[in-house]
Design a protein around this ligand. Structure first.
Ligand code: 9MJ
Length: 668
């Protein structure tokens, strides 16, 4: 018979092992055991804790799933206040910050700064006693925060127990809780599927997820943590900030990555400029850099002013949201005839780029945001997306603003517009008789992912259509060298290059050709699925709506669109002409519905009520799917039955798509 001491020792051992594996997986991204092995250890611990609830502790890896919901968050006073950072916005202000420091410090010549990316999340303070997480608190007003311990326990990159020996009795670790961009995208997709309101940005998503009274909800949100400082400690742990970061890293934290020690304002500026270039390569949002004095003794000497330290500042990136004025609104005609309202703005710099146009999406959006000509508006540009009007600054509204009228006729070809039932868009029914649609169609046909006709840019397409030299994509292949060379601003060399690229583009693939036709809702992926499924163009052109529905990612609307496109005699004529111009492609290896899941990797977890795990495996394999035991970034889907294991958690953390039993059954 095993004594309680034996159980206790085994439980301790399991916790230690699981903590280390958790750290290797989430912090180092370097696991040393398979998920199946992790699961086995995890379940052994779960079983032992169930058998002996008295052995349960708050730092057990089993405690990351969330606790009972709270009625409200309790206040937590910070023994050392959580300071907020002052800001600088340009090099002059940065130099002024540097000068202020040097004026205060005697031996000011060799001051070391440490530059860090500034994560855009929520500051929190984690308190460890004897190496165990006992409390997590938000910044609040800097003096008192809110107790979010249950929620923080669910974040995998927050150690429940520090992993090294030689740990101070008391250690407060400060850093940022954030939501990785990949997780944010998946979360919003999931929210949209449920017809709920998505989060506006990763910061809001992180805040909304951390400030949940029900920590079980936080547990399924993809949050992460970076450490960048310390609060109260029972002993001195370092002499410099860079040593603090190294120490935190050795205790099991992810530390603010890519920090650098530099001297002088100019080197801080260089770091800043490099960071601007790199910012979109990170899987999290940063909104600037933080500059700190490296020496902790100097930090103490400088102290703080009001609520900000004198020894640090945030150098913010140029604002991604600025105000400007809507000067007029035009309607742009897209490839499929949809009329999109575009605001012509008084030019402003948004995140370093001059913006003079912003999409207003459609008339419903204009009504919802109550945008009028003459309004002062906030323009937003995030990453590479097209600028948009975020909202009107109503306080600035003048009495002479003008409402935006929905056009009755196409601004290009004057056809009377149509409103499509059930859609917010209005459309010009002019098709290729409308020169705007004709230009957009050809632009799409020639684009890189379609026929990839190098050198056929927007300006040239415009000239060709306006001069009636081309009306359809097929006409491109009838252009002669002399015709092209006679165009304004067209050198002979360029004309020759275009003739060459037209010739080169004729050797294409079936999927590119289908994509280039510009069938509504047929993107690259659907074009590939169609090409793989049917294998040749005639089969696609002759397929019935029912045939089309058998193709992966073709639903009823897309099937209708495809059918309508090929039923149109004008489209049939253009296709005939394109083929007569010798556009060709190699034969396509055909894929049938029998392997519609080929190339997709599935992981099963938990128990399915409708079939055994073996049956599920066989069914998936019959459709060409690959089965794997462990979840990784390469996993496409995790099928979660009843009582799923830690694979589900891992899938959530990695942002892998999760199928419930019903969604799983729909595959068949
Ligand atoms: C962020 N947000 O990344 C600090 N921060 O230091 C970094 N914030 C900070 N440091 C003292 N890297 C107060 C705030």
């Amino acid at each position: 018979m095993k004594s309680l001491i034996d159980f206790f020792e085994r439980v301790e051992k399991l916790r230690e092992q699981l903590n280390v594996h958790n750290y290797r997986y989430y912090v180092l991204d370097d696991p040393s055991i398979t998920d199946a092995e992790y699961d086995r250890l995890f379940h052994e611990l779960l079983d032992l804790e169930e058998l002996h609830p008295e052995l349960k502790t708050s730092d057990s890896p089993t405690q990351r799933v969330g606790a009972a919901p709270l009625a409200e968050f309790q206040p937590v006073p910070h023994s050392i206040s959580m300071l907020s950072l002052s800001n600088v916005f340009d090099f002059n202000e940065l130099q002024a910050f540097d000068k202020r420091i040097k004026d205060r410090i005697k031996n000011a010549n060799s001051i070391e700064y440490i530059c860090e990316p500034k994560l855009d999340g929520l500051a929190i303070s984690l308190r460890y006693e004897q190496g165990v997480l006992v409390q997590a608190a938000t910044r609040g007003d800097g003096q008192t925060g809110e107790n979010v311990t249950d929620n923080c326990r669910t974040i995998k990159t927050i150690p429940l127990k520090l992993i090294n020996h030689n740990i101070p009795n008391i250690l407060e670790v400060r850093g940022e809780v954030y939501m990785p961009l990949s997780g944010f995208t998946k979360l919003n997709e999931f929210i949209l599927e449920k017809n709920e309101k998505p989060f506006a940005n990763p910061r809001n998503a992180a805040a909304g997820s951390l400030r949940q009274l029900d920590s079980k909800i936080t547990a399924i949100r993809p949050l992460a943590f970076f450490a960048y400082g310390i609060g109260e400690t029972s002993e001195v742990i370092a002499e410099t900030h860079s040593e603090v970061l190294k120490r935190l890293s050795s205790l099991g934290f992810c530390v603010s990555p890519g920090y650098q020690i530099v001297q002088g304002a100019q080197f801080c500026q260089d770091y800043y400029e490099q960071l601007i270039q790199k910012r979109h390569t990170f899987d999290y949002e940063i909104d600037g850099m933080v500059i700190k004095i490296n020496s902790l003794a100097l930090q103490i000497e400088l102290g703080f002013i009001s609520r900000s330290p004198r020894w640090a500042t945030a150098y913010k990136f140029p604002a991604a949201e600025v105000t400007t004025i809507v000067e007029s609104v035009d309607f742009q005609v897209g490839r499929t005839g949809a009329l999109t309202p575009v605001a012509r703005l008084k030019p402003v710099s948004v995140a370093g780029v001059i913006v003079s146009n912003a999409t207003l999406h459609n008339m419903d959006e204009i009504a919802r945001k109550d945008i009028r000509i003459g309004d002062t508006v906030i323009v937003r540009r995030a990453g590479d997306v097209i600028p948009e009007v975020a909202r009107v600054v109503l306080e600035c509204r003048q009495h002479n603003t003008k409402t935006i009228e929905s056009p009755t006729h196409c601004p290009i070809c004057q056809s009377a517009v149509e409103k499509i039932e059930g859609e917010s868009a209005i459309r010009c029914p002019g098709g290729l008789h409308c020169s705007a649609q004709c230009k957009e169609m050809i632009r799409h046909f020639a684009s890189r992912k379609a026929m990839d006709i190098e050198g056929l840019g927007d300006k040239l397409i415009e000239q060709l259509v306006d001069k009636s030299l081309i009306k359809t994509a097929a006409d491109l292949f009838q252009l002669s060298f002399n015709r092209l060379a006679s165009l304004e601003r067209m050198a002979e060399k360029s004309a020759k290059n275009i003739i060459d690229s037209l010739e080169k583009s004729k050797n294409t693939s079936l999927n590119r050709f289908i994509f280039s036709l510009g069938i509504r809702d047929v993107g690259e992926t659907t074009a590939l699925s169609l090409a793989q499924y049917f294998g040749d163009l005639t089969a696609i052109m002759q397929a019935t709506t029912e045939d089309l529905l058998a193709v992966n990612d073709v639903g009823p609307i897309v099937a209708e669109n495809i059918r309508a496109f090929f039923d149109d005699s004008h489209n049939q004529q253009v296709i005939r002409e394109l083929l007569a111009a010798n556009i060709h492609w190699p034969a396509m290896p055909q894929k049938s519905a029998e392997n519609k899941l080929s190339g997709k990797t599935f992981v099963l977890t938990g128990t399915l009520s409708s079939m055994s795990r073996e049956e599920a495996k066989e069914k998936l394999q019959a459709l060409g799917a690959k089965l794997s035991e462990s979840v990784s970034k390469k996993t496409n889907y995790v099928v979660a039955g009843e009582e799923p294991g830690s694979k589900l958690q891992k899938a959530q953390t990695l942002g892998v798509s999760i199928l419930g039993e019903i969604e799983f059954l729909k595959l068949f």
